[in-house]
Write a protein that binds this ligand. Structure first.
Ligand SMILES: NC(=O)c1ccc[n+]([C@@H]2O[C@H](COP(=O)([O-])OP(=O)(O)OC[C@H]3O[C@@H](n4cnc5c(N)ncnc54)[C@H](O)[C@@H]3O)[C@@H](O)[C@H]2O)c1
Ligand SMILES: [Zn+2]
Length: 362
């Protein structure tokens, strides 16, 4: 077996490990054994992921039948969680059992919430299969599901015992999904690492080709940044907010289009452009830095159109997102590629001006 790269997330309550390496999922069972994960393991996955990777993973886990949840954000709900509970109860799962979530962020968040709540919490292992899940959603312990009235309204903190990141699993990921994850990698560059940002710029082609030489370092660096931030601030009392760079406007774009038009990363790409524009207007960021970000985002590929989305709706969605206090808006802005600060005095007029320049409907 190849020697994985190990990154530890250490929070006040417990520590969890991320193992990264090409082909790691081939010996999943060995990796789980080596990390003291108990022998009763329940895989939760989705039909799409299982069709591509089931054979390899089933072998690794000695033939266990997976619990398959339907694919898609609209199935990230309590019914899917109940489906996991049902299967666990029928199989007499106990406190020593482990849920192994194999899939993108939807499977990870849903199965993770089941693990956080079943018998008041059982062990969780993530085997993320999208780039977004490998660099973001499987790390940090946030798990949960949507409610009909809003996204991620029901959730918990439940740190995984182990995250197994195998970049080979991304070979089957559609290009648009892959790109969506890349925007989160861009985010890590902007908030914390000029080196990562420059590497992305240089490696776009090999990255899209899923060439390990380019992909592995980008994933490792992203995981390091997220692990580092979460280790310092698990519950998002301060520092962890920098991970929301680009998400104020991004979440609003997703919400007003009912989560149908944008892949998450695409909305974040637009949100990062908005945040960079705001930073330049405020004199916090040099124009050439904003331009570098805009050029990288352009190079990565086309983004869905926003010209028909009314600014008033976006502003309203941001308000609902509780990021506005007393008419003033809380925003993470970059002061350079690789460094951010938080401002909490952005006015709605300032925001509207940014949204006009972004290309929304006035
Ligand atoms: N918990 C967190 O901290 C956190 C952070 C960011 C995002 N999220 C959540 O993550 C979710 C989005 O995750 P996502 O972008 O991974 O989307 P996703 O889980 O919906 O997966 C995207 C699509 O890719 C398919 N897929 C997955 N792996 C594949 C593979 N290897 N080959 C081919 N197809 C594959 C899936 O079937 C799905 O259709 C959102 O619900 C979001 O709220 C959570
Ligand atoms: Zn995000």
């Amino acid at each position: 077996m190849i020697d994985p790269i190990r990154i530890d997330v250490t929070t006040g309550t417990r520590s969890s490990r991320i193992c990264i390496g090409e082909g790691l999922s081939r010996d999943l069972a060995g990796l789980l054994d080596a990390h003291g994960i108990g022998p009763r393991r329940f895989i939760v996955s989705s039909p799409v992921v299982w069709r591509y990777h089931g054979e390899r993973l089933r072998a690794a886990l000695e033939g266990a039948d997976p619990i398959l949840l339907p694919d898609g954000e609209r199935f990230k709900n309590l019914q899917s969680v109940a489906k996991v509970y049902d299967a666990l109860i029928r199989a007499n799962a106990d406190r020593g059992s482990t849920i192994v979530a194999v899939g993108g962020g939807v499977v990870g968040d849903t199965a993770g919430f089941a693990a956080a709540t079943f018998l008041r919490g059982i062990a969780l292992v993530h085997v993320p299969t999208t780039l977004l899940a490998q660099v973001d959603s499987s790390i940090g312990g946030k798990v949960g599901v949507n409610h009909a009235l809003g996204k991620n309204l029901i959730g918990a903190f439940h740190q995984p015992a182990l995250v197994v990141v195998d970049p080979l699993l991304l070979a089957t990921l559609p290009r648009r999904e892959f790109r969506s994850g890349l925007y989160e990698v861009v985010k890590y560059g902007v908030i914390s690492s000029r080196t990562l940002f420059d590497r992305l710029n240089r490696d776009i082609k090999p990255l899209f080709a899923r060439d390990a030489q380019a992909l592995v370092p980008a994933i490792v660096e992203s995981c390091r940044i997220k692990a580092d931030v979460v280790s310092k601030d698990e519950r998002e009392s301060g520092l962890r907010r920098i991970l929301n760079y680009g998400h104020t406007v991004g979440h609003a774009l997703e919400a007003v289009t009912n989560y149908r038009r944008f892949r998450h990363g695409e909305a974040i790409a637009l949100g990062m452009l908005a945040a960079a524009d705001l930073a330049v207007v405020r004199g916090a960021l040099a124009e050439r830095e904003r331009l570098a970000l805009a050029q990288l985002i352009t190079k990565l590929g086309p983004l869905p159109s926003i010209a028909d989305l009314p600014i008033a709706e976006i502003v309203e969605a941001i308000r609902r997102d509780k990021k506005v206090v007393n008419g003033r808006l809380h925003f993470v802005i970059a002061i350079a590629i690789g460094a951010t600060m938080t401002v909490d005095d952005v006015t709605e007029d300032e925001l509207r001006a940014v949204l006009v320049r972004l290309g929304l409907k006035g």
